[in-house]
Write a protein that binds this ligand. Structure first.
Ligand code: A2H
Length: 254
């Protein structure tokens, strides 16, 4: 942990329908009307309008943790340990894990994506580059503004069979949500400009990520949502507050 704690927003993506393997792994382990959420940690709450999927790592085993009576969060053990000391769980310092589930078994599940154009939910898809040592080990996919997300979802659509997913889960329209001097689809623009061919181009992706973050934050304007027309820097805390107030997100630091 560094000197400056990173303040994330964890988005509550409620599971609408579990993939059949996930369903099996959870059998008998949850109360009947349990609300289960995937909780990706993001630094860019204002981009949630552009969510098209939710990424998990096929190499990570996730835990299902009780956050409050009847409410469960799917994330890494490490994420749960951190949350237990941030007044996020009902009882300070107490971690209640009710089940474990392999990331690969979650793929294909349908989850609600707060603020997204996809009102009927988005699919859980694999992202190999997810680190177990950051956030919750879950990442919400915003291909319009995140070069990593764009590179991953494009690769998934191209090689749907290899990844054992349905092509239509990954081949989705990408709608502009933020205008910057360069583009209204900054991630696509940067992936093209830096000649990024796949998620394996780690070095260029790191550069693209930094460029996208700076240009989006300092020079971006919202094209959609309640703060349409406002600067990203101004809209960001407002979208975050709105999501938290609506019970669709919470703050998480590490
Ligand atoms: B961001 P930082 Cl639109 N492994 O959210 C890999 N990446 C992870 C992660 C993990 N365990 N946990 C979170 N992240 C991603 C949105 C977004 C993000 C956009 C643009 C840029 C961006 C939608 N994905 O991040 O190392 C999450 O993706 C670039 C900074 O703590 C989270 O915010 O700076 C960001 O990385 C946190 O990265």
């Amino acid at each position: 942990e560094g000197v400056n704690p990173q303040l994330y927003v964890a988005i509550k993506m409620r599971v609408l329908e579990f993939a059949s393997k996930a369903e099996e792994a959870l059998k008998g382990k949850l109360p009947k009307d349990a609300k289960v959420y995937l909780v990706p940690a993001t630094l860019r709450a204002e981009t949630m309008y552009g969510q098209v999927a939710c990424f998990v790592s096929p190499k990570i085993t996730y835990g299902v943790y009780e956050a409050a009576p009847g409410e469960y969060y799917v994330m890494t053990e490490r994420g749960a340990r951190n949350m237990a000391y941030q007044e996020i769980f009902a009882q300070e310092g107490v971690i209640t894990k009710v089940a474990e589930i392999d990331g690969s078994d979650l793929i294909g599940s349908l989850v609600n994506a707060p603020l997204s154009f996809h009102k009927d939910g988005v699919r859980v898809l694999p992202m190999e580059s997810i680190l177990e040592t950051k956030g919750t080990g879950v990442v919400t996919c915003v291909p319009s503004d995140s070069p990593d997300d764009y590179a991953t979802i494009t690769d998934l659509a191209k090689k749907a069979d290899y990844y054992k997913i349905k092509k239509e889960w990954a081949e989705l329209e990408i709608i502009p949500i933020i205008q910057t001097p360069t583009s209204d689809l900054l991630a696509l623009e940067l992936v093209k400009k830096l000649k990024i061919a796949s998620p394996k181009d780690v070095k260029q992706l790191k550069e693209a990520k930094e460029l996208a973050y700076k240009e989006g934050f300092y020079q971006g304007h919202m094209l959609v949502g309640d703060f349409k027309g406002e600067k990203v820097a101004d809209a960001k805390p407002k979208v975050r507050a709105q999501l938290i107030e609506a019970g669709l997100a919470f703050e998480y630091a590490e």
